[in-house]
Design a protein around this ligand. Structure first.
Ligand code: NAD
Length: 483
């Protein structure tokens, strides 16, 4: 029998108010492997009411930071215990090898929870010297209070990891949450909610409503009982959310897309740069917000570099990720498959030179070949728009200034890498690129202590690190008259 997943509201599983369900489809077999409740605005309302009750005098509101930290530590232990299960859930849902979430996503989720356990009692205020009040001395100090109920809207590409970026930080701050997982990947969020219950979080602190973005996500944005929306996903959905929450003055964090440059100078360690660029481009089938899909290479090494990167692409074995030796699975869904192929076709018609991969022939499963275009320019659509698949575009440059200008000539500003042996050049370029994170001779590590977020169309706000937890608080100032 096909597994059926229900919402998790106030500590109990629940069907949708109208009983509707949605299919979860395997990207490898194209078969339905599970169903999930297709949520309604009523379901969202029930979940928000449960989350509100925990803040308004509920057991959660009585806990101090140390107590919240203990619960987060316990939750980290449980996530670690269930590593294989959680990794399998996220891998099955998007056709990824379970090895990647096992080695990357779940350990990062555990690290986020452990780090947040420490932040829970570090969200300090300040005492501020002032001029006093009408000639009388005063004491002014600030406190950080939880923002309230958070609507956490999550994409499908690294579901558990991205969910914990939000949930760990907001629980540390004392908020409660209604999680809206992606249509494709509700399992790991539902399992995380169960683990919260096992860890001892009061029922209603962490709720999950599954379903469509246009219904469940929208209802969260519109609900007056939700104080902050923390969204990770596409700029299109981010704009739709802004249009709703802007006039309500609701707090919002948007982690959106990218078209991240990898800048390879002629003095780079050639093999390291090829390996690093290939990894930054192809990990998770290129379905990574920070994917380094614009590869800017000094003209003197551009042809040699393009040939080496194409060779690295051709060497990747694509297929069913559960089979031994397979390094890359399919893209996550049919719409993504069509989208990536459309961009590859566009690259060809725009005149870029195809060095590896190309439009995929149709066969069972949504498999796309790792693809490299060379001789491209920064005005081509494949250099400007986020493809969110394993497609890289190589553009040659002549000077450092041109490399910086090309890197910054983008609607996006999420991440960049710089490959060079020249220390001064590395710092100069890292300082000049308009992005949220720069890796020099490496990728910005996925580390729970580092803030993450973008500029321009890549979003608003930061997640991760202490600043990620502070973002779920409001600063209040209190002044006491001292006559
Ligand atoms: P998406 O925007 O289609 O969906 C993301 C989530 O938003 C899903 O849960 C979806 O149901 C919901 N949603 C969709 N429309 C909505 C609406 N109108 N109102 C409220 N909720 C809505 O994105 P996706 O295809 O799931 O993910 C891919 C995108 O996410 C890419 O652009 C990628 O770059 C971005 N992403 C960014 C980061 C980051 O940290 N910056 C990380 C991962 C993914």
């Amino acid at each position: 029998m096909t597994q059926h997943l229900k919402h998790f509201i106030e500590g109990a599983q629940a069907e949708s108010s109208d009983g509707a369900r949605m299919d979860l489809i395997s990207p490898v077999s194209e078969q339905v492997y599970a169903t999930a409740a297709r949520g309604t605005a009523d379901d969202v309302h029930r979940a928000v009411a449960a989350a509100r009750a925990q803040l308004d005098g509920g057991a959660w509101s009585q806990l101090n930071g140390s107590q919240r930290g203990l619960l987060l530590s316990k939750l980290a232990d449980l996530v670690l215990r269930d590593t294989d299960r959680l990794a399998d859930m996220d891998a099955t849902a998007i056709g990824r090898s379970p090895m990647e979430p096992r080695m990357m996503d779940v350990p990062n989720a555990v690290a986020n929870l452990r780090a947040a356990a420490g932040w829970a009692n570090q969200l300090e205020g300040r005492t501020i010297p002032t001029a006093g009040y009408m000639g009388t001395k005063t004491l002014s100090y600030t406190v950080r209070e939880p923002i309230g109920v958070v609507g956490a809207i999550v994409p499908w590409n690294s579901p558990l990891m991205i969910t914990t970026w939000k949930v760990a930080a907001l629980l540390a701050a004392g908020c409660t949450v209604v999680i809206k997982p992606s249509e494709e990947t509700p399992q790991s969020a539902l399992h995380l909610a169960l683990l919260c219950q096992e860890a001892g979080f009061p029922d209603g602190v962490v709720n999950v409503v599954t379903g469509d973005g246009e219904v469940v996500g929208r209802a969260l944005c519109e609900h007056p009982g939700v104080d902050k929306i923390s969204f990770t996903g596409s700029p299109e959905a981010g704009r739709a959310i802004q249009r709703i929450v802007g006039p309500m003055f609701k707090r919002v964090a948007l982690e959106l897309g990218g078209k991240s440059p990898q800048i390879v100078f002629d003095d780079a360690v050639f093999e390291d740069a090829v390996r690093g660029c290939a990894m930054g481009l192809f990990v998770n089938q290129g379905q990574v917000c920070a994917a380094g899909s614009r590869i800017l290479v000094h003209r003197s090494i551009a042809d040699r570099f393009a040939a080496a990167l194409a060779q690295a692409a051709e060497a990747i074995t694509v297929g069913d990720p559960s089979l031994p030796g397979v390094q890359m699975g399919p893209v996550a869904k049919k719409a993504q498959y069509d989208r990536v192929n459309k961009y590859i076709q566009l690259g060809l018609s725009e005149g870029a030179r195809l060095l590896a991969g190309g439009v995929s022939e149709s066969r069972k499963g949504w498999f796309v070949k790792p693809t490299i275009f060379a001789n491209a320019n920064n005005q081509m659509t494949i250099a400007r728009e986020e493809i969110f698949g394993p497609v890289g575009t190589i553009i040659a440059f002549d000077t450092d200034e041109e490399a910086i200008a090309l890197a910054n000539d983008s609607d996006y500003g999420l991440a960049a890498t710089v490959w060079t042996r020249d220390l001064s050049r590395a710092h100069k370029v890292a300082g000049a690129v308009k992005v949220g994170a720069v890796g020099v001779n490496c990728w910005s590590p996925l580390d729970a202590n580092l803030p993450w977020g973008g500029l321009k169309t890549s979003g608003i706000g930061r997640e991760g690190g202490l600043s990620g937890a502070v973002a779920y608080t409001e600063e209040k100032v209190i002044t006491v008259l001292l006559p």
